[in-house]
Design a protein around this ligand. Sequence first.
Ligand code: FAD
Length: 402
Amino acid sequence: MPPPPTPSRTPGTWDVIVVGAGPAGATAARVAAENGCTTLLLERATIPRYKTCGGGLIGASLAALPPGLSLKVYDTARQFTFAHNGRRERTLDSTSPTCAMVYRSELDAALTEAAAAAGAEVRDGTALTALEQQGGIVSVRTNRGDTLRARAVVGADGSASRVSRYVGVECAQVDLALEVEVPVDGRTAERWRGRALMEWGPLPGSFGWVFPKGDVCTAGVVAARGNPVALRAYKQDFLERHGLVGPRPLHDTGHLTRCRRPDSPVARGRVLVAGDAAALVDHWSREGISYALRSGRFAGDAASRLAGAAEAEATAAADGYGRRINDVLGAEMRASSTLMSLFARNPSLVHTALTRLPPAWHRLDAYISGRTSVAGIMTTPLARTAAAVARRLPAAREGDRM
Ligand SMILES: Cc1cc2nc3c(=O)[nH]c(=O)nc-3n(C[C@H](O)[C@H](O)[C@H](O)COP(=O)(O)OP(=O)(O)OC[C@H]3O[C@@H](n4cnc5c(N)ncnc54)[C@H](O)[C@@H]3O)c2cc1C
């Protein structure tokens, strides 16, 4: 792809304003600054800020980090334990351990530093409160009472995004995740060292996880939004079974994850959305950091083009962003949506395939380490056969136990 044109400068106006300093926004701001744009990165919270997240970086996320980023990895999952409703536990070895466990406060602060080092100005404690566009300029109002102007805006303000509402992002799947970060004693830390757990849960499409981070474990559950009482009960049961209820949690929070409809817009005029704001999250694993980093890069490039584009060219630049999202990330999300419907319909079948058929685990292991994508998994003969079998089986009922 050719480098974006050098943007034309308008006095008193930023080339690019990015809203939200998570992985998507920090990446978009870094890329826009590297492209030579005057770039302002706004963040509502004070950096570093806590973010509800497992902090598991799969291979695709690690590959999308800026080269040389300094980041502390607290553990790497060499083994994965899979279970179905607390039973049929099986632990499998990764052939190329990759999944890195990090704290999001540290990852996001490091990415923001990289954006600042590339030349972006960072203003934390500053939230977008409204935006509008006219005559090739986007006006951004903030909680500080000022109105900022830009040639292009990237909304990377997470799953409760205001910019997403402005753009009109539509979702096919909305889930609620409940998560704790708990300090663990030496024996418990040893039990989890180098091992992550994924348990398919009792609610349709639900699962629980435990991610090790040395003297802390991050554990949580996720399921479709709309049944918080059942989800809280699952969380309690899950944490009790894994001995993670005793210690007072460092954090005990909830957060939505959203998956876009394949035809959802990702741009409106000179305003683009990226990451969770664009509802770019894997339907099955709810992995979102690799989507945030990759869409952040695409958005940074597209915003750089928009900044230099005359009114007549702006639509083509925004359309180009939409095509890139659809071609690369949309293809992965379509595959993960198929996997999710297979899994929600019959988690037992997915569990059996994963834990009893070595090729199935090897494909998932290859996805975790970044050697293939979910789309790559779903085109294998094994996945196609499993999907055909699952379609013929009656769907599992809520709460089915093995
Ligand atoms: C419980 C849970 C566990 C998860 N675990 C994993 C995991 O292990 N691995 C993985 O890959 N993915 C995981 N995900 C998904 C992942 O957390 C998200 O996909 C990822 O954080 C998306 O990054 P982002 O930059 O788009 O948004 P965010 O990280 O949410 O960043 C958005 C930023 O925008 C700021 N902001 C919001 N509104 C405004 C405003 N009006 N003005 C200015 N700033 C604003 C926020 O303060 C925030 O800093 C998990 C999600 C949940 C809920």
